[in-house]
Design a protein around this ligand. Sequence first.
Ligand code: ADP
Length: 223
Amino acid sequence: MKNIILIAPPAAGKGTQAKLIASTYNLPHISTGDLLRKEINDQSEIGLQVKAVLDSGKLVSDDIIFTLLENRIIESDCIGGYILDGVPRTLVQAEKYLKMIEKLNYPLGDVIYINLPKEEARKRIVGRLSCSNCGAIYNDQFEDMKPITFETCDKCGEHLIKREDDTDQVFNERFQIYENQTLPLIDFFTSKGVLFTVNSGINKEATFADVKKVINRGNYDCN
Ligand code: ADP
């Protein structure tokens, strides 16, 4: 069984790496955000309970997270392992997760920390621009990602837009929550001897090359 936990600050590309690992190693990608959104779409009892919490950006209760998580990881497609994206997110969740896998007799596996300096994360988020017409992505904080003409799409000439929540203030709030609640997991998993750090590189391929080195360091088969 190959289990992988991903930890990363906002904008490091955690979800993208999770998907790349899932398809390369044929492991299910378990995102707690996706599990919660499915409940909301299905209008289940849990979905009705968590909708307001997700809308507010706060954290859902550990009881709900662990009910959904346990139900998911005991499914038959997880027999060879799985990738966790979004959990554990706090030290309390890390402790609860260890208890849960102990009960299930699952291995902890690898914890991969995708590192991205705060100022780099800020630029990626605050500089983000997208074309309202063709969806092309730009970033006015990086010389090589700026549009040629101010706020205008190079490809179709349409006006570029910024997402309303891609502001310095929202970034600072999100990053502070990450630093306070999630960053302590680095020491926690280091002390368990399972933490591997990779840097969020210039693009998803560069990052994934380093992620693969971590996963392949044993004799695990790569498809
Ligand atoms: P983001 O990376 O923007 O937080 P996610 O898709 O990971 O997006 O999560 C969406 C929302 O789901 C979070 O804002 C939070 O409300 C809830 N959520 C996801 N994972 C957890 C978790 N481990 N513990 C508590 N709440 C969670």
